[in-house]
Write a protein that binds this ligand. Structure first.
Ligand SMILES: Cc1cc2nc3c(=O)[nH]c(=O)nc-3n(C[C@H](O)[C@H](O)[C@H](O)COP(=O)(O)OP(=O)(O)OC[C@H]3O[C@@H](n4cnc5c(N)ncnc54)[C@H](O)[C@@H]3O)c2cc1C
Length: 358
């Protein structure tokens, strides 16, 4: 049986980004994945890189901004190493805030908001149905989560990360009060350090029942009648639209407490489709390419769980909820620091596993 320095449980964007970072620091790394890598939340995401203070929990703000800053370099490296294009777009986002937030808050009236647009709406997005709706602009990026996850997988393999797929971890092994490896449904693997990156399933692995839960999101993908129909990400209370450079437009997403059920339902997909058409009437002519649902890793306080657990050698990086694509680069950086015993460049106290009784 081989020995690794670190075993990463879960081959999503969080586990793979961390595995790459640990390899760069010279560690021998094994990723153990229950199914195929990058087929769960990281495959289902929209890919908005939201670091705006109005939409990110306050305690997460600094980490979100830091991760957004790391993104161009993160993408550059993954694209060069994997040879895959991940479609990082920086045209920005147009937000239509919920009506109850307009007029009530100082600085949030329709006239205030119009000043925050770099140009009139009709110039920014001529295909919009309504140019008079209060809107503001955010300079944020988007990325194709499937492409960046595939690029992370390619990069991890190229850098010599070992991957055991179709291999479900059932427990983290502890001997003499320290981690000694993992047991899977097929076998066991040895390592003195293990990190749980199992997303919505993180709480199912003994010995610590991290309080993660699945938060279902249904989405659909349209093929736009013309490639340049939409430039910006559009966020409205009814739906968000994320254009890709190849002409696809993603429409999302529900936020549902539905257990581990990943089925879509026709009525919900239709509602999202109609919301997209109400925003951009030309989408009436767009073909539905695909619909799907994924499970965001939620936590009781909507903050990730990052750091060392009470069991020496056992670490956790999970609970990234709606922001795991955004937070992958900073999570990889800080968790690699924690795991290799380097000074940590960020304050991880708000995300400590110790805030929960495990
Ligand atoms: C509809 C939707 C839209 C989203 N939009 C955005 C967005 O616009 N921007 C953004 O930043 N984020 C977005 N997210 C959130 C983002 O997708 C997640 O936060 C992120 O993918 C979490 O990554 P992860 O690696 O922790 O989890 P996952 O990608 O779910 O990976 C966890 C992996 O662990 C494996 N695993 C589980 N249990 C075990 C076990 N016992 N043994 C071995 N392996 C195991 C799973 O099979 C899986 O491959 C969205 C999510 C959804 C569902």
């Amino acid at each position: 049986m081989n020995n690794w320095d670190v075993i990463v449980i879960g081959g999503g964007i969080i586990g793979l980004s961390l595995a790459i970072e640990l390899r760069k620091k010279g560690a021998g790394v094994l990723v153990v994945e229950r199914g195929e890598p990058v087929r769960e939340a990281s495959h289902a995401a929209g890919g908005m890189l939201v670091d705006c203070s109005a939409e990110t929990p306050e305690a997460l703000q600094a980490l979100a901004v830091a991760s957004a800053r790391l993104y161009p370099e993160f993408v550059y490296e993954l694209q060069v190493e994997s040879g895959l294009f991940v479609d990082l777009r920086d045209q920005g986002t147009i937000v239509f805030p919920p009506p109850e937030r307009v007029h009530k808050r100082p600085g949030f009236t329709a006239a205030d908001l119009a000043k925050l647009l770099p140009a009139p709406l009709a110039e920014l997005e001529p295909a919009l149905a309504d140019f008079n709706r209060p809107a503001f602009y955010l300079k944020e990026r988007s990325v194709d989560p499937r492409a960046i996850s595939a690029a992370a997988l390619g990069t991890a393999k190229r850098r010599g990360v070992d991957i055991s797929s179709g291999d479900e971890v059932t427990a983290v092994n502890v001997s003499d009060d320290k981690v000694s490896g993992v047991t899977t449904k097929k076998t066991s693997f040895r390592a003195t350090k293990v990190v749980n990156c199992a997303g919505a399933w993180s709480g199912k692995i003994a010995p610590h029942a991290f309080p993660t839960r699945p938060v279902k999101g249904q989405m659909l993908c349209l093929v736009s009648p013309s490639r340049n129909l939409l430039k910006h990400v559009i966020r409205s209370p009814e739906a968000y639209l994320i254009p890709r450079s190849d002409g696809r437009i993603l429409v999302g997403a529900t936020v549902e407490e539905a257990g581990f059920d990943k089925r879509t339902d026709v009525a919900t997909i239709q509602r999202l489709h109609h919301a997209a058409i109400a925003l951009i009437p030309e989408l009436r002519n767009a073909r539905i390419l695909e619909d799907w649902a994924g499970l965001r890793p939620g936590t009781p306080d909507a903050l990730p769980i990052l750091g060392a657990t009470a069991t020496p050698g056992y670490y956790v990086a999970t609970g990234h909820f709606r922001d795991g694509i955004l937070l992958a680069p900073i999570t990889a950086q800080v968790m690699a620091e924690v795991i290799t015993g380097s000074p940590c460049s960020r304050d991880l106290k708000p995300f400590s596993p110790a805030r929960f009784t495990l």
